[in-house]
Design a binder for this molecule. Sequence first.
Ligand code: SAM
Length: 265
Amino acid sequence: MSLEAKKSLGQNFLKSKKAISAMISAPEISRGDIVVEIGPGKGALTRPLLETGATVIAFELDQRMVGYLKEEFTEYIDNKKLILVHQDVLEVDIKEFTKGKPYKVVANIPYYITNLIVRNFLSNVYQPTAMCLLIQKEVAERIVSRDGKESILSLSVKIFGDPKYIAKVARQYFSPSPKVDSAIILISDINRQYVPNSKDEEEFFEVIKAAFAQKRKQAIKNLSKLKPRSYWEEIFNSLDLEKKVRAEDITFQKWLQIVDKYNEN
Ligand code: SAM
C-alpha cells in the first residue's frame, strides 16, 4: 500500500527528534495521562507519546495511515494503550472517547483546519487541560501576540487558556517540506473561568468580532454596530482607553473589562 503524502490532508511528516521531544516535555506528558492526538500519520509522535506510559486516543482520517498504524502498533492497541479511530477529528464527540476524564491534546495538525481544531477543542464543554500543537509559525506568532497586537484568533485562545511559544521548527524538518516554517505552541491552564456558560461566551465573541470587523478602523467605530457610539465612549473612558484606539491595540485584560461592562447593561 502506498503511503505517499496527500497534500489535500495536510500531510507533512515530522522528522525532528528535538521537536518531538519538546512536544512531549512542554505539556509534561507522563504515565497515566490521556492524550488525544490529531492525525497520527505514520506515528512519529504517537510512539514517543506511548513510551511515556500515557494512553493515546488518535484520530486519523486517512485509511492508509490507519492500516499502517494497526500493523505497527498492534501491541499497544491490544493493550488498550492506543485507541486508534478512523474518523474526521472535526466530527468527533470527544466525551465518547475520554469518558469525561481530563486529557491533553498533542498534535502536529493538518494546517488547513488549524482554526477549527483550536476552536472546537477550546470551546468544548469537555475541553482539554492543555494543548501542545505544531502549527504554521506565522499562526503561532499571531496566537501569542508576538508583535504585541491582538487578533480574533489570539483573543479566542486567551479567553480559554494561556498560550506560549515553545520553539520554531524549520520547514526542512518535515517530509515533504511545507512552503512555510512551523512552530510549537503550548496552551496551558485551559478552563472556562471567564466564560462559565455559553451566553458569556457568545457575548465575548459578539463584541470582539464586531470590534475587529474592519481592522484599520477604530474599535469604537466598529463597535457602534452593536450599540451607539456614546455607549462605548463611556465604557472606554471609564477604562482609561483612548477613544481612537484600534481593536488590535487593546490588551486581552482590557477586552475582558470591556465585555464585563457590556454584560452589565
Ligand atoms: N503526526 C504525523 C507526524 O507528525 O508526522 C502526521 C502529521 S500531518 C501534518 C497531519 C495528519 O492529520 C495526517 O496524517 C492527515 O492524514 C491527518 N488528518 C488530516 N485531516 C484530518 C482530519 N480532519 N481528522 C483527522 N486526521 C486528519
